[in-house]
Each structure stands twice: as C-alpha cells, then as structure tokens.
Design a protein around this ligand. Structure first.
Ligand SMILES: Nc1nc2c(ncn2[C@@H]2O[C@H](COP(=O)(O)OP(=O)(O)OP(=O)(O)O)[C@@H](O)[C@H]2O)c(=O)[nH]1
Ligand SMILES: [Mg+2]
Length: 243
C-alpha cells in the first residue's frame, strides 16, 4: 500500500511579532495549500507573539507553539523548528509578511518532483525586492548573483530565508549556524556541495511595515562570508555531480 506523503510543516521564527501575527495567519488561511501544520518558534515566554498565537490556536488546530530551547536567536529558532518538523517538506517563512505565500504551491510542486531544497528568488527573472536597507540589499544581491555566475550555485538568491527544505536532509546536514539568518546559505551551500537537487522560483519580497527588524548586518557578515567561501571552494575542489 502506498504511504501518504508527510504534510507540509511551516516553521515561523518569531520575536515580538504581536502586530504582524494575526495578519500572517490571515495570509496562511487564504494562500497555503492544505494540508499543513504551522510551528511558531519563540525564544522566551514573555515574547509578545505568544499570547496572540495561543489565542489563534484555539480556532486553528494546525497551529502549534514550539519553545526554542537551543539558545536565543533566529538560527537556533529555525533549528528547533526543523527538529520539531522531523521529516517531510518544511518551509521557513518570516512572520513579518515579507514572503509571498502564493509561491508555496509552485515550491511544493518542485519539491515533489525531486528537489530537496526549493529557493524563492528575488534576483532571477520575474523576482522582485521592494524596500529594505540599500547596503543589505546590495550585498545580498551581489552574493547571490556572484555565486550563481561563478560556480553555478542553484539559485540567484543565496541568502533569502523563504525556502522549502526536505527536513530529513536538513537534520542530516547538521546546522552549524548559531546566530543569524546565514542558516539558509549554510544549508543550501552544504546541499549544493553534496550534489543534492535544488530548485528555484521567482518571488516578490517586501519589507515589513510593522514591528522591528532584528537583522544585525555587521555582526553576521563574517558568518555569511564563511558559507559563501564554502560554496565557492566546494565547487572548485570537487563538488559532487547533481543527483
Ligand atoms: N525566535 C526568534 N525569531 C526571531 C529572532 N529575530 C528575528 N526573528 C524572527 O525572524 C523573522 C525575520 O526577522 P527580521 O528581523 O525581520 O529579519 P529579516 O527579515 O532577515 O530582516 P529585514 O530584512 O530587516 O526584515 C521574523 O519572523 C522575526 O520575528 C530571534 O532572535 N528569535
Ligand atoms: Mg524581515
């Protein structure tokens, strides 16, 4: 007998997103293809998202809260989300409404056609980025396009965190990122060097209009650079052929 496919797990790291969270749930209700479950990962009990999410969970059985016990920060929160997801398709989205959830259906299609990671790309034809600080935007675009053209990285947008993963692959790759959002680059670089099949689709990203950004550009830049170098060197010194 054929086994039913594991439903989608959606991992949402949150830090004081009480303003955005109800709007995110509206977008999820309207745009995500069923079936799915949503894992909201918070770091501490006083987070303002927690009571709002608990209240919404009373009418939405798909919603659960996961306390990140691995250490504070987005990388640890996302890692805790993957541990909770365990296997099957796992989508990372931000709570600040930056990601267009209409893209999830085509991302899942690529996943089911064999991609183990599917990247939503702002820097390929059809993709867009609306707003955000100029320096961060420029560095992110430069990193993405240079990896794409220099070593054939499988996405034009190496740093976007709106990405669909095979959770079993992620748990096998062993996340080393502990702090920031370089985690998406780490995972995709590792999968690329291993020769895993990776796909991309265009997306439109827009900057948040409520709450505060927690992105620490200068603090996290060295971490991004580590994984940028890993992708370059891995390609030049013996990347496996795509599976
Ligand atoms: N659990 C947890 N979530 C976080 C933390 N920092 C940010 N987040 C969440 O991660 C998501 C993205 O955070 P942002 O601060 O907007 O970072 P970003 O989207 O990379 O950066 P911007 O382009 O500046 O918006 C949001 O859902 C945040 O609530 C953290 O320390 N812990
Ligand atoms: Mg943001």
């Amino acid at each position: 007998m054929e086994q039913a496919a594991t439903p989608l797990s959606v991992i949402v790291p949150v830090y004081n997103e009480d303003e955005n969270f109800p709007r995110l749930i509206d977008a999820i209700d309207q745009r995500l293809p069923q079936p799915f479950r949503v894992l909201v990962v918070y770091d501490f009990d006083e987070d303002t998202t927690v009571p709002v999410a608990r209240e919404l969970a009373t009418t939405r059985p798909y919603l659960s809260l996961v306390k990140n016990e691995l250490g504070r920060g987005p990388a640890n929160a996302i890692r805790a989300g993957f541990q909770a997801a365990d296997n099957g398709p796992a989508l990372v989205i931000m709570a600040d409404l930056s990601d267009d959830l209409n893209d999830v259906a085509p991302m899942l299609e690529l996943y089911h056609s064999g991609c183990r990671i599917v990247c939503a790309s702002r820097y390929m034809q059809g993709g867009r980025q609306l707003g955000g600080p100029l320096l961060k935007r420029t560095l992110s675009r430069l990193a993405g396009l240079s990896l794409y053209y220099l070593v054939g990285f499988p996405t034009h947008d190496a740093t976007n965190n709106f990405r669909l993963y095979d959770a079993a692959l992620v748990n096998e790759l062993q996340i080393e990122s502990e702090q920031g959002f370089e985690i998406a680059l780490e995972l995709t670089a590792k999968a690329f060097v291993r020769g895993e099949k990776i796909g991309e689709i265009p997306t439109t990203w827009k900057d948040r209009d409520a709450g505060e950004s927690r992105f620490q550009l200068f603090r996290w830049l060295p971490k991004y650079f580590r994984w940028y170098r890993y992708a370059l060197i891995g390609r030049w010194f013996g990347r496996k052929k795509q599976r």
